[in-house]
Design a protein around this ligand. Structure first.
Ligand code: DC
Length: 212
């Protein structure tokens, strides 16, 4: 069984996908982490994330890098978004994601192109989204909670700008842009908290699996 969970930045898709995998007792892969590792490796090698050759070279990052706390930062997220526009990078990461998806027992993968490119054959496809304002606010709260800065030190408007910029890059890239697969269930969590959003997803997944 393959479950594809796609959606824009800060939509909560990662939390939902991880919990869903635990709930179903199957494996989970955060594919954004692979692109983040490539972005971080480019920075470590002092390469240019907008240069396809530098970005491709960074796809050979060591596996230990996936454990690096720096992968979760906003700065690395921005680098990941930049390296992810190169078709060479997407191709280099394809097999790894596909092999994970095909493992016996099944898997949940979250990302931008799981339902469209990595696993168009997924049994269930979810597209988790929320308004720009809701996503920016959630990211801002998360940063304040993590102690990255106080409410006054982190301007919400800057986070909102970053979300808009990240969306534009992910949606407008030529290769595997962020978009819902035609057969994906669209789940808008703007008006829902984490718990309610997860309940909605579980219900939708059970319904889809029962139909199959
Ligand atoms: O989900 P995330 O914020 O960790 O992803 C970081 C960047 O990686 C995102 O802006 C675009 C890229 N990405 C991608 O292009 N395809 C995926 N399947 C996952 C992430």
């Amino acid at each position: 069984m393959i479950i594809a969970v796609d959606g824009p930045t800060a939509s909560g898709k990662g939390t939902i996908a991880k919990r869903l995998a635990q709930h179903l007792g199957i494996a989970y892969l955060d594919t954004g982490l692979l692109y983040r590792a490539v972005g971080r490796q480019v920075a470590i090698s002092e390469g240019d994330p907008d240069n396809p050759a530098d970005a491709l070279a960074a796809c050979g990052f060591p596996d230990e890098l996936l454990q690096d706390d720096n992968l979760r930062t906003e700065a690395t997220g921005g680098l990941a978004s930049r390296v992810s526009v190169h078709p060479e990078v997407r191709q280099a990461l394809f097999e790894r994601q596909r092999a994970f998806a095909e493992q016996p027992g099944g898997a949940v993968l979250d990302g931008r192109d799981i339902g469209t490119v990595i696993a168009p054959d997924a049994d269930v496809k979810l597209f988790i989204t929320a308004s720009v304002q809701a996503r920016a606010r959630r990211r801002w709260l998360e940063m304040v909670e993590k102690g990255i800065g106080t409410e006054d030190e982190i301007p919400l408007i800057e986070i909102e700008k970053d979300v808009v910029q990240r969306d534009a890059r992910d949606i407008n890239r030529k290769d595997a842009p962020l978009k819902a697969a035609p057969d994906a269930m669209i789940i808008d969590t703007t008006e829902f908290d984490r718990e309610a959003a997860f309940e909605m997803v579980v219900e939708a997944v059970h319904e889809a699996l029962n139909k199959a």
